[in-house]
Design a protein around this ligand. Structure first.
Ligand SMILES: Nc1nc2c(ncn2[C@@H]2O[C@H](COP(=O)(O)OP(=O)(O)OP(=O)(O)O)[C@@H](O)[C@H]2O)c(=O)[nH]1
Ligand SMILES: [Mg+2]
Length: 456
């Protein structure tokens, strides 16, 4: 994609459709001059930055709309260029008309993400912050909003900066030694070097581990509800959703296909999957359904194994539990239909097995199940100021950094020459630069920003 960064660009910043107001954004050298030619009431170029002006926009003699204009003069704007935001009445027709006039006066339509890309190129944001802007716009839960906002404000960048400083310190020590290589001296204290690398490795390791949680925050957690026919799986799905989504009946084998629905518990998205009851069946459709249940169980992040605590034996639960452990799954065992049994009897029957007893039908202890689901995901606290990686691009680069750090540590162990270690250090710094955008190529930037919406 070819860009001309000297163009003045314009786009609608508010979503399509009718609203009370619509906001247009124009950025570039000529932004204020262009609007000044159609804004009647004042000379905008003579006004100070960060001011609002009410007035009329005119195309030749025709009044287009009454608007409020906000002025941001370079470099004190989102893009770092002259920016004007026009709040007009929210008709798509009016907005289009203003855009047409501005194009006639020399602006061009902005490409997706071009405002933020300019902000990045003008040093207003680094790449991780720019990417967090897109995440923030797309955020749909408390947790995704929080992580995106934290990263937009530089949370992740700060950690990377610390990492970079550590590496630079390390590299300075090594390079010094190289300068005196003839003399065969070791300026760089090996223990100190080792310590620095270990610290950096720990930091990247922590960031890498956080990606699992980051992924969950961004894409939701897959929860498969599995169990025998009639255990009450569909009833549980309906209870969690608070609506009659799935058909419930006393006939075993009611659910044939999987049903997926999303719920938000304490700011985390859970993708609940109701499945066909597990049993061997002569019915072809049901058999396909059962096969699908196994697939969902394998791909799920968490398995909720539901059983009827009246009809299922203790032995069968122990077996099911062993199978789940063998599958290496995060799971919760749920004994359903508590309303049909005396609580003491239930506990005695399944003594020694970690089970949560509920009544899906009567909504008993369903809140405890929700709590357990959340705990399974965060097993700690999302509030913590720890940086959480949510972006696959960052994850890949961090993996390469981590590999390089491991190589350095091994190199120190094996006492390889300093110049080889210096190479690995440069490799680390290169990938770090790729994350923050110090080192990039145009295609990569275009790809990243093309995922933004127009007007951002
Ligand atoms: N008493 C009682 N009955 C329940 C409870 N949960 C479900 N049931 C009943 O058990 C029967 C089966 O419920 P479903 O939710 O259809 O069970 P399922 O596990 O989805 O069954 P399949 O789709 O056939 O695999 C229905 O008659 C429900 O009303 C409960 O907590 N208490
Ligand atoms: Mg069902």
């Amino acid at each position: 994609m070819l860009h001309n960064w000297n163009d003045t660009i314009i786009a609608i910043a508010t979503p399509p459709g009718i609203g009370a107001i619509g906001v247009l954004r124009i950025s570039g050298d000529k932004a204020i001059a262009i609007i000044n030619t159609i804004f009647i009431n004042k000379d905008l170029e003579a006004q100070p930055s960060h001011t609002l002006h009410v007035g009329i926009l005119k195309n030749n003699d025709e009044v287009i709309d009454e608007v409020v204009v906000s002025l941001f003069k370079a470099p004190r704007s989102y893009t770092g260029e002259n920016v004007v935001e026009i709040s007009c009445h929210g008709s798509a027709f009016i907005q289009q008309k203003i855009i047409d006039v501005c194009i006639k006066k020399g602006a061009r339509l902005a490409k997706a993400g071009e405002f933020t890309q300019r902000a990045f190129l003008n040093g207003k944001l680094d790449l991780t912050q720019a990417e967090a802007v897109a995440d923030l716009i797309a955020s749909n839960t408390e947790a995704s909003r929080k992580t995106a906002l934290y990263n937009m404000r530089g949370g992740f960048s700060d950690v990377l900066k610390q990492l970079r400083e550590q590496l630079l310190k390390f590299s300075a020590l090594i390079e010094l030694e190289l300068d005196f290589s003839q003399e065969d001296v070791e300026f760089a204290d090996r223990t100190q070097l080792y310590h620095l690398i270990q610290e950096a490795e720990e930091k990247t390791g922590g960031l890498l581990r956080s990606f699992k949680l980051g992924n969950v925050i961004r894409n939701g957690v897959q929860v498969a509800i599995i169990g025998k026919p009639n255990a009450g799986k569909s009833t549980l799905l309906n209870t969690l959703l608070n609506e009659n989504r799935a058909i419930v009946s006393a006939i075993a084998g009611t659910t044939r296909d999987t049903i997926e629905e999303i719920i938000n518990i304490e700011g985390i998205l859970f993708r609940l999957i109701d499945t066909a009851g597990l049993r061997t069946s002569d019915n072809e459709i049901e058999s396909i359904g059962v096969e699908k249940s196994f697939e969902k169980m394998r791909s799920a992040d968490i398995v909720v194994y539901l059983f009827d605590c009246v009809h299922q034996t203790t032995e069968s639960i122990i077996t099911a539990r062993q199978q789940l452990i063998a599958e290496n799954k995060s799971f919760i065992l749920i004994g359903n239909k508590l309303d049909l049994m005396n609580a003491d009897d239930v506990i005695k029957k399944f003594e020694g097995i970690d089970i949560l007893f509920i009544s899906a039908k009567e909504h008993t202890h369903v809140n405890l199940l929700k709590k357990q689901l959340v705990e399974k995901v965060i097993s700690g606290n999302i509030e913590t100021e720890n940086v959480i990686i949510t972006n696959a691009r960052h994850y890949e680069a961090l993996q390469k950094i981590n590999d390089a750090l491991t190589d350095i540590r091994k190199g120190l162990d094996d006492k390889i020459p300093g110049d080889l270690i210096a190479l690995d250090i440069r490799r680390c710094l290169h990938y770090l630069g790729e994350i923050t955008g110090i080192i990039t190529n145009e295609d990569q930037l275009d790809y990243i920003f093309s995922k933004f919406c127009i007007g951002k």
